[in-house]
Structures are given as structure tokens and as C-alpha cells.
Design a protein around this ligand. Sequence first.
Ligand code: SAM
Length: 220
Amino acid sequence: MTLFPDLTDGILGESIIGRAQNKGAIEIYSHNIRDFSEDKHRRVDDTPCGGGMGMLMAAPPIYRCWKNITENTDFKKRKTVYMSPQGRVLTQNVAKEYLDCEQVIILCGHYEGVDRRIIEEIVDDEISIGDYVLTGGELPACIFVDCVSRMIDGVLSDSECFENESISNGMLEYPQYTRPIDFMGRKVPEVLLSGNHKKINEWRYKAALELTKKNRPDLL
Ligand code: SAM
């Protein structure tokens, strides 16, 4: 649920997530909250009660949009998420919790955010993508959808499997190389060209450990 469906459709319609939709592994719909405004100018926001800067998204159009979705779909395992800098921070493990859901309805805020009462009425979980503030929830929603979707069967091909990647396996992934073997004097480590898989695995494990120690010691 967004005021800018072209943003989310554009991002999620491309590449791996776009292909996953085309082959039916996942379904994604962007609903325009403005379509549910009853104002003759299609307004969806108003000034904050008590004063202050900016505009707030009003509760009624969001509620009608949400009702329209829930009344026209029939899923038992459904959750409604508000993308918010005030939410718990998205991690791979938080994303995994959503693999159990048949439907996730995501509310994207904009401007100064949304009227608190809509959160109390419809939202099950508030998720932040990090300790910084963006102009809207559309990019956070796309990040959340991408992160959950790539763990769903049929979204990634075997060659793109997520299981051995950074974070998923508890540390960062080892450094990767492809052709050319020599790039401006920087050569691919010889062991990777040796064909000796035991040695390659040992090298990769050690390199992954070193990289994790350097960049993300908190993971170890
Ligand atoms: N006034 C709000 C506050 O101080 O908590 C911030 C509103 S922000 C400018 C507008 C919208 O962007 C939010 O309603 C939310 O949907 C989204 N947003 C901004 N930063 C986010 C983040 N780190 N994670 C998830 N959503 C975010």
C-alpha cells in the first residue's frame, strides 16, 4: 500500500524478482492508497494535531485500501507490516520469519509518516531497514520484499542459491573472482585455478574468516 506504486512496481518488476513473478513463484501487487481517498481532490494527508512540521498520512484511506485487499483475498497466514524507522531492524533472521506467511501486506509511509491509529488498527509488525530516515517506505518495502522473496522456493535458480552467502551462513562470503585471470596486474589467487576442491574450500573458509574479522567482527 503506497502513494507511489510506480516506484515499487518499477523496482520489483525487474531482474530476478520480476522473473519470479512471471513464472508464478511469487505475486506482488502495488495498491495506490490515493484510490481510496473520498476527498474530491484525492487528498490523503493532513497537518499533525498539536502542530509541528510536515504532513501526516491520514488513517481512513489507508484503512479502506487495506480492507479492499483483505476482503478480496483469502489467506489464512497473513501479516500486515509497516515500514518504519521506529520498527525492529530487518535482518536475515527477521526476514526468515515471513517465509511462513501466505500473504504480507506492506504499508509504505511518506511525508512525516502515518496517523498512529492506523498502526494500532491493522499493523502486526513494524520493520526498519536501518538506523537512518528516508523520505518514504517504498525503498524499504522493496528491500524487505527482495530479501524475503529470494528465500522462497523457485525464486532463485540453484546457481543463485542464497544458503552459502554472507550473513546467511553466519559470516561474510569469501572473495570471488572471474575472468580475466590478470586484471591490471592483480591476479586471481592460484589455488582457485588448481582444480583441487579440498584446497579451494580451505582457502575460501580462511579468506571468509579474515574478511569477517576485518569488516564485521561482531558476527564472529
Ligand atoms: N517522522 C517519522 C519519524 O521520525 O519516525 C519519519 C517519517 S519518514 C520521513 C517517512 C516514511 O518513510 C516513514 O513513514 C516510513 O514508512 C519510511 N521510512 C523512513 N525511514 C525508514 C527506515 N529506516 N526503515 C523503514 N521505513 C522507513
